[in-house]
Design a protein around this ligand. Structure first.
Ligand SMILES: [Zn+2]
Length: 296
């Protein structure tokens, strides 16, 4: 998980969300508000909502990691507008732009769903499970959530990805008993980040992909002729045009390798390779030869 760069939706979309929120909050009880939020959500794309939600979906897609990849698992295609704060617990945020993230349906429906924890209002290092039980409607006392909000927080401040021991699982960065530890623990558990074998396997493959692309980048950077450039990339998808200017061709190939890296799934793996390079000799050696990659 990486922090997302928030973008803006249009003023008319914001006005629409605000109008719907006002209607929801007119519910006489908390239960009424939850029910209204649910029915409004089920019809969000009809009437005036059509334009607003087309705008919202388009903007969320632009905010995705990789090419339209789920912000949580970094593996599957993002298809669902997910509420960071569940609408079943926070109906006032059901139509809030800042509460949306684009996720895959597996992360949204199967894993996160309405599961939620907050810190105890009386003791800020004790967690309280506020996952709603069937048929009960209780307004949460605070918004002091354990779930990491990628729109405003950097998950890498809470997690580390185990690359050195090649387990490819997320571990808590802070000591047990701290708020940051509890946030990392709840977030990884609720999303199943360490229990879904396919995610662990694909993080392992991502390491190999990023290193092989970085190797190509380093080799291509050192070339001085068309032939050397062609040999350095050795890729079916990229061929060097010997009729074109060498410097131009080299720039094009290097940009294309950079694009491969930036658009690949599992951007956390890339960021962790950079962060942990001091303990990863091969990666460190490549990055010393391509220092520009440190800022990608
Ligand atoms: Zn997902």
């Amino acid at each position: 998980m990486i922090q997302l760069t928030s973008k803006n939706i249009s003023l008319s979309s914001l006005a629409h969300l605000s109008a719907v929120t006002q209607t929801i909050m007119q519910g006489a009880s908390f239960e009424d508000q939850v029910q209204k939020a649910k029915s409004k959500w089920n019809n969000k794309g009809s009437g005036l909502g059509q334009g607003a939600f087309a705008d919202i979906k388009k903007t969320l897609l632009e905010m995705c990691v990789g090419v339209e990849i789920c912000a949580y698992c970094e593996q599957n295609e993002a298809t669902d507008i997910e509420h960071i704060f569940p609408k079943r617990l926070y109906p006032e945020k059901a139509f809030s732009w800042e509460n949306y993230i684009f996720a895959c349906s597996k992360c949204n429906t199967h894993h996160k769903s309405d599961k939620f924890k907050i810190f105890d209002p009386k003791n800020s290092v004790i967690e309280t499970d506020i996952t709603p039980k069937r048929g009960t409607f209780t307004k949460p006392p605070t918004e002091d959530s354990l779930f990491i909000n990628q729109r405003i927080e950097d998950p890498m401040d809470f997690f580390e990805l185990d690359l050195v021991n090649q387990q490819f699982i997320f571990t808590e960065k802070h000591p047990p008993g701290t708020r940051n530890y509890l946030k990392a623990k709840f977030t990884k558990e609720v999303l199943g980040l360490n229990t879904r074998a396919t995610l662990i396997e694909s993080r392992k493959k991502a390491v190999m992909f990023y290193i092989s692309r970085l190797e190509k980048f380093v080799k291509a950077s050192a070339t001085t002729t068309h032939e050397e450039l062609s040999n350095s990339i050795n890729d079916d998808w990229k061929s060097v045009d010997h009729a074109k200017d060498f410097v131009q061709e080299k720039t094009r190939i290097l940009s294309s390798i950079k694009k491969d890296i930036l658009e690949y799934s599992h951007p956390t793996v890339w960021k962790e390779l950079i962060r942990q390079r001091a303990n990863l000799p091969k990666t460190n050696n490549l990055l010393l030869q391509a220092p520009e990659a440190l800022t990608w």
